[in-house]
Every structure is written in structure tokens, then in C-alpha cells.
Design a protein. Structure first.
Length: 343
């Protein structure tokens, strides 16, 4: 049974170049793009409908100008959508007044952006504690929670340092700890690691996954880096010119691109790094002979490829309970590794 929907977007638009009251929608809530063109307007978010489930990491990706950052700002109502629906836990953000919206952000949402936005005159502890102070929390309570956050992100001993005394990765950890201090149910992250060098970036991705395994937040994560998306995502939404071209699990996007754009976008992605055994396994045929050693259905193809290709017959695929759920043939793996030669 799927987890409940926490974030819902329906027929969501953000149009620049025309006033909100001058935008006309049809009975389905859609805008005629030809009319926008006539008015010289641009839909940075164009008829986006998607759900994000409890505990899920939805990675939204696309090239620069695709609308991904505008989308996440509409979802958090940091910018005002032109039309459509945005719900958080069943509550319509677009119907909230300023007080209700501030309360939602303070108590339900965490946000991390590429710019660390740390207060230079405040220490690590003071930066992380700032949103708790804004809530009116008592000092002994916010200090206790802040120290827990410092421990959680691995900054013990740095609580009295100023931002200028920290590395880029450490500064980003402060930003993450500050957003987590309010104990949000929903976490928005807009390219939070893109300013970091590759080694620190990988460390931060590892840290992010560690935190998610502990906290199980509902997350919308923006990136333009496919490798990063593959490491982090439960599902990926690919955007182009304000529209969501496809939203699916990484393996399905690579194997079954919904549009020509998605096919081009994923064309150079090493399939063996994306696909799992589950994505390409087949049903066992009656009386089909199998080798004795099985592989797990969640293993990445790149991890098991050498073993599979060394066999002359099918390899059994097992689940977490060691139950047979399918088979994997060497020729199927060969087609994944060398698609051109397989044609």
C-alpha cells in the first residue's frame, strides 16, 4: 500500500509577463499557451501536476531555465503561483493568509538553498538556533535542540565557530542543521550541494542519505546533476520549458523514456549504474536450469554484471527473504552494457 500523499500540485502555473488577474484558465484549470505567446508572457511552470508521498525523496531535475527552482518556490509559496493548486498535508497553500503561511513554514517546512545564507556575525549554535528563537522557544529548550542538531550533522566542537571559520561543506551542514531544527515534516532543497567541490559534494550526499534513513522526511530535492539524482532519488521528475516531461523511478526513466527530450536527456547515462536487477529480470520458465548462487533484486547491474556474464545459464534473483522472484540472463546484461552492439 503506497504511503499517503503529503505534497500535491495540480495544474500549477507560474507565468511571467502578465498579471495574475489577466490569466484565463479553462474548466480543467489549464492555460492556452498560444494566448500567453500572443501576450509575450512566459510560463516558467507550465501545467505541473504531481504528488510527493510521505518519506519519499522526489528529485526534480532539468537544465538551467527548465523551471525546477521556480517550481519548488511555488510549492513552498516563496513566490506566488499564477494558478493551480498546492496542498501540504491536505491544506491549500494558496488559500492561506500571511500568518497561516508563516506558521506553516516555521512548523512544517525546512528549506535549504545553494546559498548557505548563514548570518556571519552569529556562531554555529546561534545560526542553527535562530529559527527556534523566532518561534519564541525558551533558551534552555532551543540550546538543547540545537546541540542535538549539531551532533546529528557531525559538527561537534564547532558550535562556537563563526561561518568564516568553517569549510564550504561545514557551512552547508550548518544550513541543513538549521532547517532541521524546526523538525519539519516537509523538506525543500534547491541545489544545496552544487557550490561544493566534488569530494565534499559526495560526502554531503552520503550525509544527506544518512539523515534521511534516520528521519524519513518528505523531500523535494532540486538538481541538474543526473549522478546526484541517481544516488538520492526514490523518483525523478524531469522538467523542460516549465513542464514535467516524465516522473518515474530512475530505472523506468532510463528504460522507458516518455518523450524524445527525456530520451536525449538520459542518452549518455551509464545504464548499469542506474538499473537494478529488478528492472531487467524475467520470470523463470518451467524446467529452466539455474546456477546455484543468486543475486538480490535490488543489486545494481554494475555490481553483479561480472558474475552474471561469467555464467552460461540463467542466474536466480532473490528478494530480502531469499525467495526466488525471477531470473536474469547473461544476454540481457550484455545488452545493457553494450546497447549499440546488441542492435
Amino acid at each position: 500500500m503506497p504511503e499517503p500523499v503529503v505534497i500535491k500540485c495540480q495544474s500549477l502555473y507560474k507565468v511571467f509577463g502578465v498579471e495574475k488577474q489577466d490569466i484565463e484558465t479553462n474548466s480543467e484549470g489549464k492555460i492556452d499557451n498560444s494566448i500567453l505567446t500572443q501576450k509575450g508572457a512566459v510560463a516558467a511552470v507550465n501545467n505541473v501536476t504531481l504528488d510527493v508521498h510521505k518519506g519519499e525523496i522526489l528529485v526534480v531535475m532539468g537544465l538551467s531555465g527548465s523551471g525546477k527552482s521556480t517550481l519548488v518556490r511555488c510549492m513552498s509559496r516563496l513566490i506566488e503561483p499564477s494558478s493551480g493548486l498546492v496542498e501540504i498535508e491536505g491544506k491549500n497553500l494558496l488559500e492561506m493568509n500571511e500568518k497561516e503561511l508563516i506558521d506553516l513554514r516555521r512548523n512544517k517546512m525546512g528549506m535549504v538553498f545553494q546559498n548557505f545564507a548563514l548570518l556571519p556575525h552569529k556562531t554555529v549554535l546561534e545560526n542553527i538556533a535562530f529559527p527556534l528563537q523566532m518561534r519564541g522557544m525558551k533558551k534552555n529548550e532551543y540550546v538543547e535542540r540545537t546541540l542535538k542538531m549539531i551532533n546529528l550533522v557531525g559538527l561537534d566542537g564547532k558550535e562556537n565557530n563563526f561561518p568564516r571559520e568553517l569549510s564550504g561543506g561545514q557551512q552547508q551542514r550548518v544550513g541543513i542543521a538549521r532547517s532541521l531544527a524546526v523538525e519539519p515534516d516537509v523538506w525543500f532543497l534547491d541545489e544545496p550541494f552544487s557550490a561544493l567541490d566534488p569530494l565534499i559534494r559526495k560526502e554531503m550526499q552520503d550525509e544527506f542519505l544518512r539523515l534521511q534513513a534516520l528521519l524519513k522526511k518528505t523531500i523535494v530535492f532540486i538538481t541538474h546533476d543526473f549522478d546526484e539524482a541517481l544516488r538520492l532519488a526514490d523518483r525523478i521528475a524531469i522538467m523542460f520549458e516549465g513542464k514535467v516531461e516524465q516522473i518515474d523511478q530512475p530505472g523506468n526513466i532510463v528504460l522507458n523514456p516518455a518523450t524524445d527530450y527525456v530520451a536525449k536527456f538520459t542518452n549518455d547515462v551509464p545504464r548499469e549504474k542506474v538499473l537494478t536487477v529488478k528492472d531487467i529480470m524475467e520470470e523463470k520458465k518451467e524446467k529452466e536450469s539455474l546456477v546455484s548462487k543468486s543475486v538480490n533484486l535490488n543489486d545494481r547491474v554494475e555490481i553483479v554484471a561480472e558474475y552474471i556474464l561469467s555464467q552460461n545459464t540463467a542466474v536466480p534473483v532473490a528478494d530480502e527473504n531469499n525467495k526466488l522472484v525471477g531470473v536474469l540472463h547473461p544476454d540481457k546484461v550484455l545488452k545493457i552494457l553494450f546497447p549499440e552492439k546488441a542492435k
